[in-house]
Every structure is written in C-alpha cells, then in structure tokens.
Design a protein around this ligand. Structure first.
Ligand SMILES: C[S@@+](CC[C@H](N)C(=O)[O-])C[C@H]1O[C@@H](n2cnc3c(N)ncnc32)[C@H](O)[C@@H]1O
Ligand code: SF4
Length: 399
C-alpha cells in the first residue's frame, strides 16, 4: 500500500510497510551563484547565462532513457536538488515535472521537493514553482548568525533566511530547512540556543548536518594547514546528543542520522533512498537505482554539466555507468542505507538478498556494546550511540 498526501493536513500518510520503499525521480541542477568552501557536491559557477531550454531538452531525453530501463512505474516522489535548483526558471521546473508525468504514472499529491537557497528566493519565483507543482521546499539556511554565515561563504544573511522561511511557509504546503553545526569553536550551549530558535521557525521537518571537511574543498586545505579546527570526537558526540535531545523534546525526533521530523512529516523521497527503493537519477552527476527484468541497476551520469549536455545531445543520455548489482552488493547497500533510519532494516529482506543470516557472534557483540538493537524478530536498528559510529557498525555486520 502506498501513502498519499492528506489534502487537509498536507502531510504524508506514512507507509504501513517499510518494505514498500516507493519509486522516486531525482533531477540535478548543477549550478550555484557561488561555491561554498565546504561543499563537494556537483555544483558549478557560470558567469554567463545558462541556456535552460537546452538543459530542459536534455533532461527530457535522459528521463526517456531512464523510463526505457525502469518500465512503467508509479512515481511516489520527485526531488529537484543541486546545486541551486532555485536558480531554475519556473518554466524549466514546469517542463521537467510535465515530462515526468508523461513518462511515468504520477498520481496527484505526490511529494515534489525543491532545494532553494535563501539568497535566490523571491516571491514570484516561489509562486511559479508552486504553480508548476512543487509542494515542498528545503531551504539551505545553514546558520542563524551572520558571522557563521559569512564564514561558511554563504551569500545570504539571517534576515534573508528569515524572509525565505516566511515565504516558504506561506506558499508551500510543506517546508524544511538545513543547518550545519559542529562549526569551529561552537559550544554546546551556543548550538542549543541556535537550534531552539530553528525549532521555533520550523514547521515539522529539519535537516541538521555536522560540518564535514571534504577532501578537495578550500576548507580541506585550511584544515590541513591547521587554520580550521573542528570539534573533536567527544565534542561532536556532545553536540549530536544535544541535537537529539532538543529535537525529541519538541516532537521532531531523528528519523535518520541528520533528519528530524514530526511523525508523518518525513521526507518521502529520502525515505525511498534509505529504504533502498528504486529511483531515477537525472542530470549531471546523478546516481540512480533502477530495477529491470529482475535485476537492480546502479546508474551514474557524466558529472561535468556541459560535457553531460553534449553527451545527451549526441547519444540521447548522459549515463556513464549502468551496472547490474549482484544480490550480495544489494544486501550491503540495503544495510548501509537502512541502518541510517530509526526504523532500521527489514532483516527478512536483507537475508533474501544476501542468502545468509547475520553472524550471531557479531550481532551479539554489537548489541552488548549498545550499538545496535532488535525491534522484535524482524528488524534491526542502530541505537543513538551506534549512529555515531555507523560506518564501523555497517562494516562489522556486512562482512
Ligand atoms: C546539496 S546541498 C544543496 C543545498 C543548497 N544549494 C544550499 O546550499 O542551500 C544540501 C545540504 O548539504 C549540506 N552540506 C553540504 N556540504 C556539507 C558539509 N561539508 N558538511 C555538512 N553539511 C553539508 C548543507 O546543509 C546543504 O544545505
Ligand atoms: S549553494 Fe549549496 S550546492 Fe551550492 S556550493 Fe553552496 S552548499 Fe554547495
């Protein structure tokens, strides 16, 4: 049984079965007005105008190629991510969403999310996105003080962020925003104050990410040179615990490592990833997982925007990879994604893919250490302590 958007509350009615992960479509807009010094996403700055009509034609062609692989499916969510998708014209968004509706079955009221930067928000565009069908926005607020916003290289200030939040709340049935914490020198008290402000501004969903120093970014060089000091493991754990406690206290507990929502307000699209569902990944550098003829394919497209465009224009699609995943690989991915979720992993599904049981000695050890727990006989999940060392837990269970 698939869930729908309740028209009265504009909230998703959650899946009754976590084993029905849905089918999502992700579309990547690879451009930003400026590159943030911490970001290693596939985002690029262009000083000349981007030809959006050309991108629309290419998105359409690549979607048709994904449809040929996926066959007919019912779309349960769409996500326009980036980069900065709020640099797209509303007509571009409209054309992309219309094409999805032409290729797959797209029931009314499915979740359609768009990422938006507070600096590129204005009411007419927001209304245009809403008219095109977007019903959820995710705003990149990142911090609620101007000093940190500047340090993070953001183009907006707190006033812009508050304006964007107000507009989003007014125009879209659902909204969320992102904050980055564990910034240099940030104390637990300062973060708790900022988070409490955020909680007052939020509706029912927040994404709260610990700052990661990504290789190849300007922050990586500065960190290596000792010019940026991030919180150590103990401090990170304290910040994480404060985040869990404050969001749980106000009824928006973590449903995933960094994502917090009131029950029913979870991001349907992201749940599809973490529940290891299928999704089409469209646009430069997008990844997908598509089942066809009983096989699950991992797709990846060319990352560089203009190279991707040229490839689609000459070959009809920008895929550089379309690899059939062995069942054991699928089992590993299911575990990796599912243990991020508070609802955990369906063990029967994992066993069916891996063709084996979990090693009882490893499982007992991790349970004794307080890293994982069983939910009845059928599900396994990480405890909050286990979430802090998730990669190690997955590595231990998967091998
Ligand atoms: C793909 S970004 C796009 C969002 C949008 N362009 C923006 O920046 O407002 C999605 C989110 O990832 C988070 N993020 C990106 N790089 C990060 C990093 N190095 N550490 C922690 N969070 C990061 C930010 O919170 C950001 O809003
Ligand atoms: S605006 Fe978002 S996607 Fe663009 S560089 Fe900054 S964090 Fe990355």
């Amino acid at each position: 049984m698939l869930e729908t958007l309740d028209p009265k509350t504009a909230r998703i009615i959650p899946l009754t079965e976590a084993t029905e992960p849905g089918f999502g479509v992700y579309v990547h807009w690879p451009f930003c007005a400026a590159k943030c010094p911490y970001c290693d996403f596939n985002s690029h700055v262009r000083h000349q105008q981007v030809d959006q009509a050309r991108f629309v034609a290419a998105f359409k062609a690549e979607m048709a190629a994904a449809r040929a692989l996926s066959g007919p499916r019912t779309v349960t969510s769409i996500f326009l991510g980036g980069g900065t998708p709020s640099l797209m014209e509303p007509a571009t968004v409209d054309a992309v969403l219309s094409q999805i509706g032409q290729l797959w079955h797209m029931p009314d009221g499915i979740e359609i999310t768009m990422e938006a930067n507070p600096s590129s928000v204005e009411a007419t565009r927001f209304r245009g996105y809403r008219a095109a069908g977007v019903n959820r926005v995710s705003l990149g607020v990142q911090a609620l003080n101007n000093r940190d916003l500047k340090w993070l290289g953001r183009l907006h200030d707190v006033e812009d962020a508050l304006k964007a939040i107000r507009l989003a709340r007014e125009i879209f049935p659902r909204m969320s925003f992102d904050l980055i914490y564990a910034r240099p020198g940030q104390t637990v008290e300062a973060w708790a104050d900022e988070l409490r402000q955020a909680v007052d501004l939020a509706v029912d969903h927040l994404s709260l990410y610990q700052l990661t120093i990504e290789e190849g970014t300007p922050f990586f060089g500065l960190h290596k040179a000792g010019k940026i000091t991030v919180p150590d493991d103990d401090m990170s754990a304290e910040l994480y615990e404060a985040t869990q406690a404050i969001t749980a206290e106000i009824g928006m507990p973590a449903y995933e490592v960094s994502n917090h929502a009131a029950p029913g307000a979870e991001s349907r699209h992201n749940l599809t990833y973490w529940r290891y569902g299928d999704y089409a990944g469209i646009g430069p550098g997008a990844h997908g997982r598509l089942t066809s003829g009983g096989e699950k394919f991992a797709t990846a497209t060319e990352r560089h925007p203009e190279t991707w465009l040229a490839k689609v224009e000459t070959e009809g699609c920008g895929f550089v990879d379309c690899e059939s995943l062995a069942r054991e690989e699928q089992a590993d991915e299911l575990l990796l994604m599912g243990l991020r979720l508070r609802e955990g992993v369906d063990l029967a599904r994992w066993q069916a893919l891996s063709g084996r049981d979990l090693d009882p000695a490893r499982e007992d050890f991790l349970i004794e250490q307080g890293f994982i727990e069983r939910l009845g006989n059928s599900r396994l999940r990480c405890t909050p302590k286990g979430m802090l060392v998730l990669d190690a837990v997955v590595a231990d269970l998967a091998c």
